[in-house]
Design a protein around this ligand. Structure first.
Ligand code: IPE
Ligand code: IPE
Ligand code: MG
Length: 235
């Protein structure tokens, strides 16, 4: 019996082009994009989506202009401050994945605070990937794993595909069933590399600021028609 996706991950792309099409600065697009997030999160319970993971800033996005990066960091701080209470009151458990080391202290403390104040929630698990890169995550995980081996806490014999993901930022999350990318690009840009090994992908032309709960619902419902095989022959 096909079921809906329990974990949906979204590469929210196209904010810059959306702004450009309106003759506005890129940050205007990021602001419009941020406003979409709440609607999509709120649609999750009705669609049976228990886990939602969104790509907000990649380890490669530092290559953008200083002005855009600073604008995005400001936006993240404002967003967390503005949405924290609603997230908590609406049963959303928020987690952040990615490397916090390069993020400014103020932002990291807001992230910590939001994780803490929503830690008892269980309606929807929202994970925000911020300064996240799949390769960086695997490298950081490997470092921690190697440290455990060196300290004698883990033996080489025990390293397998069950052990390694316990060191990833996503260790408490199930793998994504469905990955959506907006804006017409058909690539994954270093998102959840290990975790998406058997995810279904949906690439759509819509730019992220135009992504409505209706579009989300259509994609999520369409998922049930897909036949997932995981390498086996359907019986
Ligand atoms: C996605 O939109 C948001 C981030 C990467 C932070 P973009 O900023 O990549 O928008 P485009 O792809 O340039 O249109
Ligand atoms: C991926 O989008 C990262 C986020 C959505 C945060 P990018 O716009 O950075 O990806 P590329 O550069 O087109 O591959
Ligand atoms: Mg982009």
């Amino acid at each position: 019996m096909p079921t809906g996706p329990r974990h949906v991950a979204i590469i929210m792309d196209g904010n810059g082009r959306w702004a450009q099409a309106r003759g506005k600065p890129r940050l205007f697009g990021h602001q419009a994009g941020a406003r979409r997030v709440r609607q999509v999160v709120e649609a999750c319970p009705g669609l049976g989506v228990k886990y939602l993971t969104i790509f907000a800033f990649s380890t490669e996005n530092w290559k953008r202009t200083q002005a855009e990066v600073a604008g995005l960091m400001m936006l993240f701080k404002h967003y967390i401050t503005r949405e924290a209470r609603a997230l908590r009151d609406n049963g959303i458990r928020v987690r952040f994945i990615g490397d916090r080391v390069r993020l400014e202290e103020k932002l990291v403390s807001l992230m910590d605070e939001l994780e803490l104040m929503t830690a008892d929630n269980d309606l929807v698990h929202l994970t925000v990937a911020l300064n996240y890169g799949g390769r960086d995550e695997v490298a950081r995980a490997t470092k921690r794993l190697a440290r455990d081996v060196a300290a004698g806490r883990l033996s080489l014999r025990d390293i397998d595909e069950e052990t390694l993901p316990r060191y990833l930022d996503t260790c408490v999350l199930p793998d994504p069933d469905l990955v959506i990318r907006t804006s017409g690009e058909a690539r994954i840009s270093n998102f959840l590399l290990w975790q998406s090994a058997y995810a279904e992908y949906e690439f759509i032309d819509t730019l992220w600021p135009d992504f409505t709960p209706e579009i989300f619902a259509r994609i999520v419902r369409g998922f049930a028609r897909r036949e997932r095989r995981f390498g086996a022959v359907p019986g």
